[in-house]
Design a protein around this ligand. Structure first.
Ligand code: AMP
Ligand code: MG
Length: 325
């Protein structure tokens, strides 16, 4: 059920009172708090189990408010904001004085974006300030793309869940650092590298490791309970069947190129042909295979272009070594 005007008023009031509100965005559901309230921001870290050194994204109602949250708005940032906001693009800029260090993990830079979702925008307008909103899940696990995912994962730890239906994009925003000379992608996401390059008129770097702390850069992040094994797409069926024979409860991400192939496994997700549909469904598929009792998910990486870059990034992290065995 989509949030009503009175739900939005209630949520805005809770934010003013230092509460936590889960909100829909076009990427994933966020766990929101008043960005200028260090106590409320600290509560986000506590509920998520997120290390306090990992910075949050400040969500604002429109590009016209950007200057109020940062020290300066470089021309590149203005251009990207004009072109991609509201939308799944986060800009890292020099921190303005109203942003508490609690929200930036102690950094002198701040990440800002304008989400493209009517409920999020209505909440931001009604509230009137900035909302820090990391994904509404426990640190390291799969991001929520429906209100039910949020309720299942965070339950009473959040004061109110605004329901805005399933998230359209389904993977997090693209984070671009515009503090230096050349814009750099810190995390691939809903806005593609190709789209950024078309607007900027030149190549945009995607470093494999980042100097700043980015949770998405941890070896294991976006991870379901089941272990994730990445294999070449031609080997998905054989590897899945072998593991199933060896006693695993295997979930399979069946590539679209193999559509219709039969697989002797515990559960099969037939992947869609378009990367937009794949990104939209990705976290739901991982949750579904967990719910169906799989202990191993066999998948392959899509081509790393367009949205495939973000999907491959999330699958690699999901398959990364876990902190505890
Ligand atoms: P999420 O936890 O999904 O909301 O992701 C927030 C992302 O923004 C994380 O990967 C953060 O590390 C990143 N981020 C936020 N602020 C900064 C910053 N000042 N510099 C670099 N990355 C940032
Ligand atoms: Mg997250």
């Amino acid at each position: 059920m989509t949030a009503t005007t009175s739900d939005i008023e209630r949520a805005a009031g809770l934010l003013r009172d230092g509460g936590l509100v889960a909100l829909p965005t076009e990427t994933v559901y966020g766990l929101g708090a008043n960005a200028e309230d260090p106590t409320a921001v600290a509560q986000i870290f506590q509920v998520k189990g997120r290390p306090p050194s990992h910075p949050l994204i400040v969500h604002i109602a429109g590009a016209e408010h950007l200057h109020a949250w940062v020290e300066e708005v470089p021309a590149t940032a203005r251009l990207l904001a004009e072109r991609f906001w509201p939308g799944p693009l986060t800009l890292v800029l020099r921190r303005g004085s109203r942003v508490p260090l609690e929200a930036t993990g102690g950094l002198e830079t701040v990440a800002v974006r304008v989400p493209d979702h009517p409920v999020a925008l209505a909440l931001l307008s009604a509230f009137g300030g900035g909302v820090t909103a990391p994904s509404a899940n426990r640190f390291g696990s799969v991001s929520p793309t429906t209100a039910d995912h949020v309720r299942a994962e965070l339950g009473d730890a959040v004061d109110f869940v605004l329901d805005g239906g399933p998230c359209q994009v389904g993977v997090e925003s693209t984070i671009v650092d515009v503090t230096g000379g050349r814009p750099t992608i810190l995390r691939p996401g809903g806005v593609t590298r190709e789209d950024l390059e078309a607007v900027l008129g030149g190549p945009v770097a995607v470093p494999s490791t980042s100097h700043v702390r980015v949770p998405g850069q941890h070896p294991s992040h976006y991870a379901p309970r089941a272990r994730v094994a990445l294999v070449e797409s031609e080997k998905v069926v054989a590897e899945a069947e072998l593991a199933q024979e060896q006693g695993h409860q295997v979930g399979v991400f069946l590539p679209h190129s193999l559509a219709g192939a039969s697989v002797k496994a515990h559960a099969v997700v037939a992947l869609p042909g378009s990367t937009a549909a794949y990104a939209h469904g990705l976290y739901g598929y991982l949750r579904e295979l967990d719910e169906r009792g799989c202990d191993l998910i066999v998948a392959s990486l899509p081509a790393e272009k367009g949205l495939g870059l973000a999907i491959a990034n999330r699958l690699r992290r999901a398959a990364g070594p876990r902190a505890s065995a």
